[in-house]
Design a protein around this ligand. Structure first.
Ligand code: CMP
Length: 132
């Protein structure tokens, strides 16, 4: 099974990429593809279009385009759920100990990482970044 991971601008700026990827590898997930890029406003709005009616949508797009991100495909048994487990809750104040967001996120918006929330969305999100 595969899932899409994004290391967001806050975590890249703070130099947490290596530590986050160590946590990913320690969980048993393999990083099989990686891209370093900066999203355009259009790409951010398209990627997060499911949230376009939310009050935080505009700010989210501004944040996600504020600097480079690392986009990765993770592979392993139960990858979607396993990655969501090691990321921790969206809001870092609700995240359990030893999760990526507990360790590295600063707010509900600047929450260090993104992970696909279902197998169907994992396929869509992987195709969004890795069409080839
Ligand atoms: P992510 O898992 O990438 O999915 C949607 C993102 O929107 C989420 O992580 C946060 O970065 C952001 N987000 C979710 N809820 C809120 C909120 N209440 N306020 C601000 N940003 C949010």
């Amino acid at each position: 099974e595969r899932t899409l991971s994004i290391i967001k601008p806050d975590a890249v700026k703070s130099g947490y990429v290596k530590s986050i990827n160590s946590m990913i590898k320690n969980s048993g997930l393999k990083i099989i593809k990686k891209k370093n890029l900066t999203l355009t406003k259009e790409q951010a709005a398209q990627f997060y279009s499911i949230h376009s009616d939310k009050p935080f949508f505009n700010e989210l797009c501004i944040f996600m385009t504020s600097g480079p991100i690392i986009v990765q495909i993770l592979e392993g048994e139960n990858a979607v759920d396993l990655y969501r487990k090691i990321m921790g809750a969206t809001n870092p104040s609700d995240a359990e100990e030893n999760t990526i967001r507990k360790e590295f996120a600063t707010s509900i918006q600047e929450n260090a990482v993104h992970g696909s929330d279902s197998k169907e969305n994992a396929i869509k999100e992987i195709n969004f970044f890795f069409k080839e």
